[in-house]
Design a protein around this ligand. Sequence first.
Ligand code: ZN
Length: 396
Amino acid sequence: MRQLLIGYVIVAHIYVQLSNRYNSMTNFSKELLTVGEMASGVSLTIPVYRLTGNGNGPSVYIQANIHGAEVQGNAVIYQLLELLQKETLAGDITLVPYANPIGCNHKNGEYTLGRFDPITGVNWNRMYHFDQSMVVPFAEEFADADIELIKESFQQKMLAGIQDKLNHNNYGLTTGRRIAYQLQEMAHQADIVLDLHTGPVSSKHLYCPEYAKDSANYFNIAHTIFIPNGFAGAMDEATFCPWWYLTDAFAKQGRELNFDKESFTVELGSQELIDLDEALIDAQSILSYLQYKNVLTSNKYQPQQMTRYACYLKDYKQYYSPMGGMVDYLAEFGKPLAAGEPLARILRMDNYGDGDALHYLTLEEDAMPILHFASASVHQGTELYKLFTNYFKLTD
Ligand code: ZN
């Protein structure tokens, strides 16, 4: 009981700290969004923080931790909330940590799993919705409409599609899609979407739609992958592909329209790590981009001078282990690796004395390692590294 009381006092204190800090801010709100129910009847909830702007800038949606082990985005959202309370916002910002309450609680031994729904096996970031067949008829119907009407009507149409999936589906929804659609409902209401992830053991990198190339230079991230217009179920694609297809549909009619919608997957480093100092740096990087997009009225967040590299998605290669064994990862992230230079060496103690106990792995072309597998023991065919090839400089 005594402990309970102390616990209560601590919780109450935390609450008071938060409300004190924000109670003078009429532009701050917090709600718990219920996204499902556990077998025991317990609700699955997600905290949603909203900051209201003065209506003069684009709106933003930021979520973190859709993959269970990729926790650093929660720390970045904490730092964003800390920094944003000192800013005057032109646009509304919605921030959603712990976006997948099943994934982030999915532990096995010391490790967090949570990349795949344990029941269906589907990647949690492949369950968003986009019905491409709606685009061309919409563009025909709104052929002569003013751009603001097009934006508003297209957004409403996408939201209605999600609502229909959530509320008028006689045969129900999987647990994962129910979560995904509720997140997507919030994301579709924003002009800018940032989905915060991490790699396994990884450098920071950014997935950026090809049309939004210029924006990559405002994040303090040295590696960017430019992605084409193709929907495979991820949050970034679910929110930029519809607008990209719509732009193309109007272009075919001879109208060049810019809807100014951008979505990114921001890979913040390695999984299973919280680093609040690094999170502050990442929050400043995000604010540099948001300031460039006129979401903030300040001018204090400038992008860092740094060498930024990029490659196209088709040149972002997965390297699968040619053999099983124990891996000593050698190649450093972000450093050019010449053809023939060792990527890793594999230890095979079963071969010691009567075979080769050490195997060096090399590539036949120049590359730049971005991330590697999280464990030292691998089966043949494990995705060992992901690497840039045919990469180029964006900034020096
Ligand atoms: Zn992820």
